[in-house]
Design a protein around this ligand. Structure first.
Ligand code: CMX
Length: 136
């Protein structure tokens, strides 16, 4: 089951400009940055307030990446909603038993060495759902 909202992911064309915007306008704080070559993204995690709420900014590394395609098709905006799960293998099996398609046979590496997978947006009411099992 979903334990909490891990983050909301927003596709942006320019990561540095977006970080400055969210810090200056909404008072968020950039707490993590990394490049994920496999996913084709440069990303930043912004803390919203003092709880655990997180906004993820995603910028494309390559023109053939998922984020570049999303920007081409839809422009900047909300690209994904991510839930924290305790055990991604168990959650994936449950979702598959409900007939939902997961994008990867096995979880891949996500932010900060988490394990991630995605539910196809066509199977989740038009929302790209990411599952995140945090690194121990
Ligand atoms: N949210 C909702 N719907 C989406 C979507 C999104 N982010 N991306 C695509 N869609 C829709 C498309 O509009 C399309 O709808 P229509 O058929 O009605 O036009 C449909 O889904 C399928 O589109 P597609 O052309 O078959 O597939 P895409 O090439 O657009 O790829 C997806 C979509 C989800 C498979 C791809 O974006 C993907 O593999 N995502 C997972 C990886 C990812 O997003 N990585 C970046 C983030 C990394 C991280 O979070 O760490």
């Amino acid at each position: 089951k979903a334990l909490r909202i891990d983050h909301v992911g927003i596709a942006v064309p320019d990561l540095d400009a977006a970080i400055i915007f969210y810090e200056n306008v909404f008072g968020m704080r950039c707490v993590h940055r990394e490049t994920n070559d496999e996913q084709g993204v440069r990303e930043a995690m912004l803390a919203v307030g003092e709880g655990g709420d997180r906004l993820q900014l995603l910028a494309p590394l390559r023109p053939d990446s998922a984020i570049a395609k999303f920007l081409d098709r839809s422009g900047p905006g909300v690209q994904q909603l991510a839930y924290t799960v305790a055990n991604i293998d168990e959650t994936s099996a449950t979702l598959r038993s409900h007939g939902l398609r997961l994008l990867y046979d096995q979880p891949k590496r996500g932010t900060a060495d988490s394990r991630i997978n995605f539910v196809h947006p066509k199977d989740a009411g038009g929302v790209l759902v990411e599952l995140v099992e945090p690194a121990r």
